[in-house]
Design a protein around this ligand. Structure first.
Ligand code: GTP
Length: 597
C-alpha cells in the first residue's frame, strides 16, 4: 500500500469510556469481520480481560476502508491497555503510530487516565482527534465536555466527533476523520530495513510472535534479520497482518504494521523497542530504543499444597515466556516452604497472573503481602535492593532506607474532595497541587508507592463512591524512617507476614494487623498470642482465646446429617489453611491482614 493511503492510530481513553466498543464498531462497520464472527469486545483476547472488561496486551487490527472520496485506505489500529499498571506499554505502542482518537465519555468528561494517556500521545507527537462518545445517553453533554477538553488538555475540541459506539452513530465521521485529519506515515521503501519491535508474545501454535512497525525498507518472508540491540539473527518464517485474525502476506513495507515469526525460542529473546534490520544490509540509524519495564511490586507465591510446587514452577515458567515484564525467582520461607518471589508492574498485573495460575493451572496459592522494592544503604556503603521484607538486614548494619515515591493524579467531584485529601494524608502523601479541571478538583500528591500498592485504589473508590479517577507515575526514591515489622503467631515468627512500615505508623499498623489476625485465625484448643514486633521489641499484641466447646456440640448430638455436613465444611475450609507451628492460618489471612480500613 502507498504511504499516502495508510493511517496508523491508537485510541486513548479512560477506562469504561468506550474504547473497546468503538474499536469493535470500526471493525464491524468496515466489514473487517463477518457479522456472524463478531463477538463483543473483539480485541480483548483473553478470558480474564473479557471478564474484567480490561484490555491488557496491546492488540492490533488492520482495517480496509473505502472512504467517501472513493479511495481505499488501510487503517492500522493498535489498541493500548487502559490501566495504570500498563502505562509503559501504552507509551511504547504510541511510538508505532502517528495519531490518536481521544475518546471521552460525554456523560462523564475528562478523567485521570484520559489525561495520563493523552499526554503520552502528545509526547509521541500524535495528531489527536477528539471523539465524544455515548451521545445516545440522556446525560450526554457534548458542549460541556468539549469545553473541558479544551480547558484541561489544551487541544481544540470544537470539531470533536459526536459518537455513539453503541448505536453506530458517528462512526463514518470517525473513519473519515482518521483518513483526513491524521497524517500518513513516512518512510523510504528503498532504504535499508528499519522496523520497530513493538510487542511480542507467545502463541501456542506459532511460538513467539513479534509485532513490528516498518519505518523504512521492506520485510519479506525468508529474509535474514538482525535485532540490533541483542545482536540476535533469525530467518523470517512467516509474515502477516491482523484482520483481526492472523493473515499471512508477502511483505510489509514502510508505514505498515504486522507480525513476523522467526523460530525465536522465547519472548525474553525479544526486546521491545529494538530495531529490526536486514543482516546483510543494516540501517545506520537504529531507533532510540526503550527502557525495559521493571517490576515494581513483589510478592511471594506459594502452593497451598506443597506437593504442587513443581506444577507451580511449570506454570510460572510458561507464563513468564509470554510476559517479559513478569519476573520470578525461587524463594523458601520457614513458614510456607518452597515458592517463588515474583515481580509485577503493579497490583492488577499481580492479580491477573495469580488468577491465571489458579484458574488455568488449577493450583491454589498463598500470596504474601505485596511489597515494593526498597533501597537499603548499609553502613559499609553497599546498597541492597530489598524485594522481600523478610530479607531486611539487621538494623545495626543499616545506615538508611529509601523507598519509591509516585506522583498521583486524582480527579474527584467536589463533595468527596475532603475524604480524598484525608486518604492521601493518611497514606503519608505530600500535596503538590490542587486545581480545577473544568468544575472538578484535580489533586496531585506525592505518595510512597508502598502505601498505594495494597488497597489505595479500592479505598479511593469506596470513599468517593466510585467517582474518583486515579493515575500515577514513578518519580524516584527518597529516604524515610522505615523499619521492618515482624508478626509472631503463638511466638513463632511468620515471615510471610512481615512488612516494611514507617516508624511513626508502626504501632498503628501493628495493632491493626494483630486485631485482624485475631479475627481471621480460627480458635484452637489452646490460647494463641499474636504479636507485632520491630527488632526484638513487641509493639502490639492480641490474644486469641482457646476454643471451649467441640464445634459439633451445637448440633444437639442428634442430627447426624447436619453433624457430618458441618465437619465436611470444616474440612473444606482446612484445605485452604497452612500450619504454622501448632497453629493453622487460613489462606486469606495473608492478604486481608494487610488491608487497612
Ligand atoms: P476498558 O477496555 O476497560 O478500558 O474500557 P473501554 O474504554 O474499552 O470501555 P468499553 O468499550 O468496554 O465500554 C464500557 C461500557 O460502556 C460498556 O458497558 C459499553 O457497552 C458501554 N458503552 C460504550 N460505548 C457506548 C455508547 O456509545 N453508548 C452507551 N450507552 N454505552 C456505551
Amino acid at each position: 500500500t502507498a504511504l499516502s493511503h495508510i493511517r496508523n492510530f491508537s485510541i486513548v481513553a479512560h477506562i469504561d469510556h468506550g474504547k473497546s466498543t468503538l474499536a469493535d464498531r470500526l471493525i464491524q462497520m468496515t466489514n473487517t469481520v463477518a457479522e456472524r464472527d463478531m463477538k463483543e469486545q473483539m480485541l480483548d483476547a483473553m478470558d480474564i480481560e473479557r471478564e474484567r472488561g480490561i484490555t491488557i496486551k496491546a492488540n492490533t487490527v488492520r482495517i480496509d476502508y473505502t472512504a467517501l472520496n472513493g479511495e481505499s485506505y488501510v487503517l492500522n489500529l493498535i489498541d493500548t491497555p487502559g490501566h495504570v499498571d500498563f502505562a509503559y506499554e501504552v507509551s511504547r505502542s504510541m511510538r508505532a503510530v502517528e495519531g490518536s482518537l481521544l475518546v471521552v465519555d460525554s456523560t462523564q468528561g475528562v478523567e485521570a487516565q484520559t489525561l495520563a494517556n493523552v499526554y503520552q500521545a502528545i509526547d509521541a507527537d500524535h495528531e489527536i482527534v477528539p471523539v465524544l462518545n455515548k451521545i445516545d445517553l440522556p446525560a450526554s453533554d457534548c458542549d460541556r465536555v468539549a469545553e473541558q477538553i479544551e480547558d484541561v488538555i489544551g487541544i481544540d475540541a470544537s470539531g470533536a466527533i459526536r459518537v455513539s459506539a453503541k448505536t453506530g452513530q458517528g462512526i463514518t465521521e470517525t473513519l473519515e476523520a482518521i483518513v483526513h485529519q491524521l497524517p500518513a506515515p513516512q518512510g523510504d521503501r528503498n532504504a535499508a530495513l528499519k522496523a520497530m519491535l513493538v510487542d511480542s508474545w507467545y502463541d501456542p501454535y506459532l511460538g513467539v510472535v513479534v509485532l513490528v512497525r516498518i519505518m523504512d525498507g521492506v520485510l519479506k518472508k525468508g529474509d535474514q534479520i538482525r535485532m540490533m540491540q541483542t545482536g540476535a539473527r533469525y530467518g523470517v518464517d512467516r509474515i502477516g497482518v491482523f484482520r483481526p485474525a492472523m493473515t499471512t502476506v508477502d511483505e510489509l513495507g514502510p508505514g505498515e504494521i504486522g507480525f513476523i515469526t522467526a523460530s525465536i525460542k522465547q519472548v525474553r529473546d525479544t526486546k521491545v523497542g529494538d530495531t529490526i534490520t536486514h543482516d546483510k544490509k543494516q540501517t545506520d540509524k537504529p531507533l532510540p530504543g526503550f527502557k525495559p519495564s521493571v517490576p515494581v511490586v513483589f510478592c511471594g507465591l506459594f502452593p497451598v499444597d506443597s506437593a504442587e510446587f513443581e506444577d507451580l514452577r511449570d506454570a510460572i515458567e510458561k507464563l513468564a515466556l509470554n510476559d517479559a515484564s513478569f519476573s520470578y525467582e525461587m524463594e523458601s520461607s520457614a513458614a510456607l516452604g518452597f515458592g517463588f518471589r515474583c515481580g509485577f508492574l503493579g497490583l492488577l498485573h499481580l492479580e491477573v497472573i495469580r488468577d491465571r495460575i489458579e484458574r488455568e493451572y488449577d493450583i491454589e496459592l498463598i500470596t504474601t503481602a505485596p511489597s515494593v522494592v526498597y533501597h537499603v544503604f548499609m553502613k559499609d556503603g553497599e546498597m541492597i535492593e530489598l524485594h522481600n521484607p523478610a530479607d531486611m538486614p539487621d538494623l545495626s548494619k543499616v545506615d538508611h532506607v529509601e523507598e519509591p515515591r509516585i506522583k498521583a493524579t486524582i480527579l474527584v467531584p467536589d463533595d468527596y474532595l475532603g475524604d480524598v485529601l484525608k486518604l492521601c494524608q493518611d497514606r503519608r502523601g505530600i500535596q503538590q497541587e490542587l486545581t480545577y479541571a473544568g468544575s472538578r478538583p484535580l489533586v496531585v500528591y506525592d505518595l510512597p508507592l508502598n502505601e498505594v500498592v495494597f488497597d489505595f485504589y479500592d479505598r479511593l473508590k469506596s470513599v468517593t463512591k466510585g467517582y474518583a479517577s486515579f493515575d500515577y507515575q514513578m518519580i524516584g526514591y527518597r529516604q524515610d524512617n522505615l523499619v521492618k515489622m515482624s508478626v509472631l503467631v503463638n511466638d513463632e515468627p511468620v515471615d510471610a507476614l512481615s512488612m516494611m512500615v514507617h516508624r511513626d505508623r508502626a504501632e498503628m499498623r501493628g495493632r491493626a494487623m494483630c486485631e485482624k489476625l485475631k479475627d481471621l485465625i480460627p480458635r484452637h484448643m489452646f490460647k494463641i498470642p499474636i504479636q507485632a514486633a520491630i527488632g526484638g521489641k513487641v509493639i502490639a499484641r492480641e490474644t486469641l482465646s482457646a476454643l471451649r466447646k467441640d464445634v459439633t456440640a451445637k448440633c444437639y448430638g442428634g442430627d447426624a446429617t447436619r453433624k457430618r455436613k458441618l465437619l465436611e465444611k470444616q474440612k473444606a475450609g482446612k484445605k485452604k489453611m497452612r500450619q504454622f507451628g501448632k497453629v493453622e492460618i487460613p489462606q486469606e489471612a495473608f492478604i486481608s491482614a494487610l488491608k487497612m480500613d
